[in-house]
Design a protein around this ligand. Sequence first.
Ligand code: FES
Ligand code: FES
Length: 211
Amino acid sequence: MAKPPSDDAKGPRFSRRSFLKTAGAGAAVSTLAGGVAESAPQILGPDAVPLTLKINGAAKTVTVEPRVTLLRALRNHLDLTGAKEVCDRGGCGACTVLLDGEPVCSCLMLAADAVGREITTVEGLGTPEKLSPVQAAFVECDGYQCGFCTPGFVVASTAFLNKSKKPDPSIDEIKAGLAGNLCRCGTYGRIFEAVQKAAKATAKPAPARRG
Ligand code: FES
Ligand code: FES
């Protein structure tokens, strides 16, 4: 049986560490060269460092090497496995989480860069007992087959609806809003139906006009 990917699975350890050290050192040099040497940038690593991340409203401390992505910190170190690792290069959206309310590919950012930001994973949107409106709509519309892409779609759909605030977004608007997410099972029709259903459930009615 294939072993799950570890933090060491992709690429040579040396190069990413070297990049971080070089980037940090370069920033320090340019800051000094510009005569603005108020405070030297912090250089992390190469060994593991403790990072405190705000995830689903709670502060969690994780000790990881600075080269570890947010996705791997969540999955391999914090037991939050909702976000999925599929392409590991920003091409499929399976790893989508919210960062300060904006959808991001957690495979494309370092955990260290998420310090101080509000991270919301699919686990933070609802619970099995109390599903979020988007989660409930996916269930009601049968918006999945294998389900592997579903957490990413649920998070991206939540971000889309939070921004759109429309009770009746068009299919084209939904397609554009979810353009970063791929479903290899091709369940798009039902996914879009679920988003339309959740839009009706979550959109706030416009305030009544006075006078
Ligand atoms: S796993 Fe991050 S975009 Fe595919
Ligand atoms: S339901 Fe299988 S990849 Fe989307």
